[in-house]
Design a protein around this ligand. Structure first.
Ligand code: PMT
Length: 397
């Protein structure tokens, strides 16, 4: 989503400036064009040469240097940017921007700009929470400037508290989100993800390999595109994306109950989870001893409810998207599941293919619609696949 976007990074004087080169390099890896403007104070912490190397472009510091062409630099840079991100933003620069002071190149660009502006504060806790700084940040926020949070941690002055700059990965996520078209705004999505677990006794359980990566990528992208997202997650060990409503579940029955709670009011249900199809008929309250061999050699299983089938067949206006994890003959099995579970779209992956299915950051899928048209996609990241699926869903609205 950041490909070919023009991002102007303003760097001000603060120790967090040492993290800014990594923002530049990660933005460029994602295909963005990056130009850097530094204040003189920023140059005390990191050299312009570092940013020049990372951005592969000249770094702008001086307001009054000889112009290489007849462009007025602060105006042309302000016009060029899709977004101006000030990271780290010192209390001093925030105060100047809030009050229309333009005494260096960065503050002059900020005043001249009509593009989106994102401020990433980094400062001591007392400075952050001072009346003056809070008022300045509020002033900017009321004008539509995006002000990111800080994180809590050990600060340069050895105080512990708020004021630490967000990590580069989080900042890049916020930039991506700010530049993403909100084409799913007003739509409510329920997305299930990850594996469910069915306990045998207090120690043992039945589960599967689902990591939650596919469902979490869908939830994150849907949220970025403006949807209201409820993410119902089974057992996973990855960090949850920021969504409107995060529901943690354990068993398939729990997942069913959670979907039931939100289904009526949703516009789209995406079933990326891998719920366990069976559970032990009997749960043992005590750990089953190895000596009682028969108990572990024969665990009687019973069917769990098929969540997707239940809601696919009882839907009213909802769009229901299913997945199928297959190890052979995936298109035929996929079409069978599309029909029997009454899906609008099914995403089929062959879990035996390298780079597809469980746990990987990538997937290889075929998407089948209600008319049974099959679109076979190549290897792509789960984030890319999530956007392809969301584009298909958007066309169905
Ligand atoms: O989580 P990752 O590691 O990123 O892996 C992603 C994935 C491979 C798990 C995902 O892409 C995927 O294919 N998910 C569906 C896995 C699965 O349960 O497939 P299935 O063919 O058994 O089920 C078909 C559909 O019915 C699925 O939408 C599933 O969510 C749903 N189902 C299945 C059983 C059940 N009891 N209730 C259900 O709702």
């Amino acid at each position: 989503m950041l490909k070919n976007k023009n991002i102007l990074l303003g760097v001000t004087g603060g120790i967090a400036a040492y993290k800014a080169p990594s923002i530049v390099s990660n933005l460029r890896k994602q295909g963005a064009n990056v130009k850097v403007v530094m204040t003189k104070a920023a140059c005390e912490f990191v050299t312009p040469l570092t940013f020049q190397t990372m951005s592969n472009d000249i770094v702008h510091v001086d307001m009054f240097k000889q112009l290489s062409n007849m462009d007025v630099e602060h105006i042309s840079l302000a016009k060029w940017a899709d977004i101006i991100v000030v990271a780290p933003a010192s209390a001093n620069t925030i105060a100047k921007f809030a009050n229309g002071i333009c005494d260096n190149l960065l503050t002059t660009i900020l005043l001249a700009s009509r593009s989106k502006v994102m401020i990433v504060p980094a400062m001591n806790t007392f400075m952050l929470n001072s009346h003056a700084n809070r008022e300045n940040m509020k002033k900017l926020s009321d004008r539509g400037v995006m002000i990111l949070d800080t994180q809590n941690g050990v600060l340069a002055c050895n105080d512990v508290g708020d004021g630490k700059m967000l990590e580069p990965a989080e900042i890049i996520d916020e930039i991506d989100s700010a530049l993403t078209e909100k084409d799913l705004e007003g739509k409510r999505f329920v997305i299930t993800s990850g594996a469910t677990i069915e306990p045998i006794d207090p120690v043992r359980y039945i589960t599967n390999h689902s990591s939650g990566k596919m469902g979490y990528a869908l939830a994150k992208q849907a949220k970025k595109r403006g949807a209201d997202v409820t993410l119902i997650s089974g057992s996973v060990s990855i960090e949850a994306p920021k969504v409107d409503n995060f529901v943690k579940v354990s068993t398939t029955q729990d997942m069913f109950n959670a979907v039931e709670k939100y289904f009526d009011k949703c516009d789209v249900l995406i079933k990326a989870a891998a719920p366990a199809d069976y559970r032990p008929k009997k749960y043992s309250e005590e750990k089953i001893k190895k000596t009682a061999q028969k108990d572990l050699e024969y665990i009687e299983l019973v069917h769990n409810i098929d969540i997707a089938k239940h809601f696919g067949n009882s839907k009213k206006n909802q769009i229901v998207v299913g997945f199928a994890a297959e190890s052979n003959n995936e298109i035929n099995y996929g079409i069978g599941k599309l029909r029997s579970k009454n899906f609008d779209i099914i995403v089929v992956n062959n879990i035996k293919q390298a780079g597809a299915g469980f746990r990987t950051d990538t997937n290889i899928a075929s998407i089948i619609d209600r008319d049974e048209n099959v679109e076979t996609l190549g290897l792509m990241t789960k984030t890319e696949l999530a956007n392809v699926i969301l584009n298909k869903v958007r066309k169905l609205f």
